[in-house]
Design a protein around this ligand. Structure first.
Ligand SMILES: Nc1ncnc2c1ncn2[C@@H]1O[C@H](COP(=O)(O)OP(=O)(O)OP(=O)(O)O)[C@@H](O)[C@H]1O
Length: 570
């Protein structure tokens, strides 16, 4: 229920539309009852051949009720849907804001398809919360109680019958069906998550599945998930319609009972026959509002589950949480790690163990070591993408957890091993580096990374499919150069680039970063002579550090690696 309270809190931002929805909902309900009551009364009254002016007044009142009913029903739909869409949009924004600080750690816990199913599907399920759970019962109770109050004036017995009908169709019948509907709904949600996960797997792995001729198997699996989901939806639909039909049947039987009771009261002389048709019409109409209540528990359960599934992802994170200290925009900052250890979620072995690092502001550092030794993880920790399990990380002397994440990302030029490119043009992909970039700045950046054969108008396909590995890396470097921050975190930025181009790019890059702090993760050991510091990692630990000459003179691990590299290159 805690999660539903979060939704209610977000909903309350739309108080005005909620009030209008209730107000017009009540008006629509009352005018509808009034319209039918009047028509019932008019039929009986007309049979007694009243003067023409009475019939004219009654006809005019009937028309007035008809028009008022249509207008208020329209207004109710308008305000309730407007409120729903605004609430959904608030919900998406609030959820996204909570999700951002958790990324990319979130991908260790959830598969992307499942995340997508939650963000799209569960948020969408919550639209029923306001439309079908929150305000309709308020409207129903007000309309019903007003009608019952009106009916007591004519017959207390009919009023009591209507009251019993309200309890039966509004609460008892829906509660009887609620349990089974809840089970079906939760199955359908699971099936939706599974289908979404299978679809994303197939889309991401399409090429490899084709090459390894395993596409058929995956497609069959996807087909099965789709069939299960469709079957689930069918079951859900049938059960929902059955619930509504049973509720409608109960409502109809109560109207029959009102007719029989009314007829008996007329014969007993306790009710004027003139009002019998009116009371029956009232009963038929007032239950119109109660029939949708059959789905109330199902929608409530669905909303509760959807909210719980959604907020379980961001549990414990509130918007107020997080630090607000900022790093300086103007200058390069220092970075320190003191006894830092880190283990990936679900892993048993330590990924990083007791790391000591001291990166002086404005210095150039290389981190080298065999594949899997933890170099990239160090960069991720310095970016505050992952949180260290033990030890302290300080940026510019401040503990990393006292700094706003945004400020760290804003002050760093980052090139990771995998960089994302969006569908669009080269210009659009470069423009994400910084606001207000001019075409000339972007063209210079392309020239600096030797991509001047590209024009800013050239297309970029989804995930940069039409760019080679080296071109993608050069685009990523260009983007980092355009950002203009004073700290550089580069994770093997030129691994797919030929040696000549690599040298030219590094010349430009080191010139641009001459006063900045720079960390370069590299497999290659060439060109490290000018670095202020080289950190050598193995199996999650720093095993050596020093300048190029110091490490070569030491004749340790780095020296050995250098000898192997030389022998391979010769
Ligand atoms: N998301 C993850 N979940 C679990 N384990 C991970 C994850 N990412 C990396 N690892 C593991 O952590 C260890 C360190 O990985 P890391 O990427 O930091 O190494 P690296 O030195 O940068 O390697 P490479 O030079 O191949 O890029 C590896 O053993 C890797 O298997």
């Amino acid at each position: 229920m805690k999660d539903v309270m979060v939704v209610i809190k977000l909903m309350m931002a739309e108080k005005r539309d909620i009030l209008y929805s209730i107000l017009f909902g009540v008006l629509a309900g009352l005018t509808s009852v009034g319209l039918f009551a009047m028509s019932g009364y008019m039929i009986s009254k007309s049979a007694l051949a009243p003067p023409l002016y009475i019939i004219t007044i009654m006809t005019a009142t009937l028309k007035m009720f008809g028009v008022a009913k249509s207008i208020s029903r329209y207004a109710e739909r308008y305000f309730s849907h407007r409120a729903t869409f605004t609430i959904l949009s608030n919900l998406r924004v609030s959820f996204y804001e909570k999700l951002v600080p958790l990324a990319p750690g979130i991908f260790q816990k959830y598969r992307s398809g499942d995340l997508l199913a939650r963000i799209v599907g569960d948020v969408e399920s919550l639209q029923n919360f306001f439309l079908r759970v929150f305000y309709p019962p308020i409207v129903l109770v007000i309309v019903f109680l007003s009608t019952i109050f009106f009916t007591t004036y004519y017959s207390i017995y009919v009023a009591l019958t209507l009251f019993a009908g309200l309890i039966l169709t509004g609460f008892i019948v829906p509660a009887l069906f609620a349990l089974r509907q809840g089970k079906i709904d939760s199955q359908v949600r699971e099936e939706r998550g599974a289908l979404s996960t299978d679809v994303t797997e197939l889309l991401y792995g399409f090429r490899d599945l084709k090459i390894y001729q395993k596409l058929d198997g995956k497609e069959k699996q996807l087909g099965k998930s789709a069939d299960l989901y469709v079957d689930g939806q069918e079951r859900e639909g049938i059960h929902a319609v059955f619930n509504q039909s049973v509720n409608a049947l109960v409502a109809l039987m109560i109207s029959w009972f009102v007719l029989a009771l009314g007829a008996y009261l007329v014969t007993e002389g306790e009710l004027a026959g003139l009002f019998l048709a009116m009371l029956v019409m009232i009963s038929l109409t007032v239950f119109e509002n109660a029939t949708p209540m059959a789905l109330f528990p199902a929608h409530l359960e669905e909303s509760r589950h959807a909210a719980a599934r959604l907020f379980s992802i961001v549990e414990g994170k509130s918007e107020e949480e997080g630090s607000s200290d900022q790093l300086s925009k103007e200058k390069a900052y220092s970075m320190e790690m003191d006894g830092v250890s880190y283990t990936f979620l679900g892993e048993k072995r330590l990924t990083l163990e007791n790391i000591q690092l001291n990166i002086v502001a404005g210095s150039k550092t290389a981190i080298v070591g065999p594949s899997g030794s933890g170099k990239s993880t160090v960069l991720q920790l310095l970016l505050n993408m992952y949180l260290a399990d033990q030890g302290d990380i300080r940026l510019d002397g401040s503990p990393i957890d006292s700094l706003a994440q945004e400020s760290i990302w804003e002050r760093t030029n980052v090139v990771l091993q995998e960089n994302h490119f969006f569908f669009g043009t080269i210009r659009e992909n470069l423009m994400i580096a910084k606001d207000g970039l001019t075409d000339q700045e972007m063209e210079t950046a392309l020239l600096n990374v030797r991509l001047d054969s590209f024009s800013l108008e050239d297309p970029v396909f989804e995930k940069g499919e039409n760019l080679s590995g080296g071109e993608k890396q050069r685009m990523a470097i260009a983007r980092a150069m355009l950002k203009g921050a004073h700290v550089w975190l580069l994770d093997e930025p030129t691994s797919s680039i030929d040696a000549v181009t690599e040298k030219q790019i590094y010349d430009q890059l080191f010139e641009a970063a001459k006063d900045d702090t720079l960390i370069l993760v590299s497999h290659r050991l060439t060109g490290l002579e000018t670095m202020d510091q080289i950190i050598v990692m193995e199996k999650g630990s720093v095993i050596e550090s020093g300048t190029f000459d110091e490490l070569m003179n030491k004749k340790g691990y780095f020296y050995e690696m250098k000898q192997i590299e030389k022998s391979v290159l010769l």
